[in-house]
Design a protein around this ligand. Sequence first.
Ligand SMILES: NC(=O)C1=CN([C@@H]2O[C@H](COP(=O)(O)OP(=O)(O)OC[C@H]3O[C@@H](n4cnc5c(N)ncnc54)[C@H](OP(=O)(O)O)[C@@H]3O)[C@@H](O)[C@H]2O)C=CC1
Ligand SMILES: O=C(O)[C@@H]1CCC=N1
Length: 287
Amino acid sequence: MLETITGRYKNIGFAGAGNMGEAIIGALINSCIFSPLNIFINDINKERLDFMNKTYGVSILADNFKLFSQCDIIILAVKPQQMTQLLTEITGNPDYGIYNRKLVISIAAGITIKKIEDILYKPLDDKSRKKLPIIRVMPNTPALVLAGISGMSLNNNTSYEDADAGKTILNSMGKVIEVKEELLNAVTAVSGSGPAYVFYLVEAMIKGGIEAGLEPGHAAEFSIATLDGAVKLMMAKNESPEELRRKVTSPGGTTEAAIRVLDNNDVKHHIIEAIAAAAKRGEELSS
Ligand SMILES: NC(=O)C1=CN([C@@H]2O[C@H](COP(=O)(O)OP(=O)(O)OC[C@H]3O[C@@H](n4cnc5c(N)ncnc54)[C@H](OP(=O)(O)O)[C@@H]3O)[C@@H](O)[C@H]2O)C=CC1
Ligand SMILES: O=C(O)[C@@H]1CCC=N1
């Protein structure tokens, strides 16, 4: 429970308890921000609910309206295409208007604050809307090991206290940077999807290592430890990635031979294009 900030946020509920919901729940429990006793979940996948209940000791609520009415913070953690259905399950209940002072946090890629407001605010009068702050967040799965980074944007009804609660939740799983909402698709493309690009690189390094003669276990160990070491080096040194790369690349040496192949195949440009495609997909998901 967020007692260090305020006793207002006692229970947190997850509408959708999939990959990212699990990463956030794991981080909240690991960092003792919320006890499992104060974490509630709903998911249409019953096996998923059982797994989460058994693994983390969190409680299951029967539907999304119960989740909304019983929790002080509601994390919307379904796929973007499932968001309208989820929100209308909440607003469709005749008692929706009587529950107020909730903090709604969406982690869905591409879904704008305006889209969530359009559905959640429609049945409410002006006074009730002000009690329903909405925060849009883009986390990433390294949150599972408390090494995530999240982008966060607030809507106009978000108080200092709400923003602080949002930041505390996100800080429990890593870093958080507040950005203008129009930049969240770019954040999604870089850090939300980013872990997948890194895993893709490692997949290729392992395959390359095997083709060069290493046995698979060693190929994986050398590749993953290299990534870990390179990241630590980058974090420790006040030097740009370009500078650090230059220091590995001896003139006429092996790295130069490798980078030449990457450059000849325009790999950097393709990565830039991939990030642009992810950002564009984020925009498409909003409609
Ligand atoms: N995975 C990632 O790396 C990241 C994901 N995100 C965002 O997080 C959100 C969730 O992604 P992720 O966890 O990967 O997705 P998952 O599909 O793993 O999780 C979503 C869960 O919600 C369930 N669900 C669907 N509709 C409802 C509903 N109406 N009520 C309750 N539960 C429902 C789904 O069931 P079913 O599978 O049966 O549909 C599924 O179990 C997405 O919007 C994504 O954009 C953000 C950053 C990173
Ligand atoms: O692929 C996706 O759409 C989600 C959002 C960022 C990471 N996974």
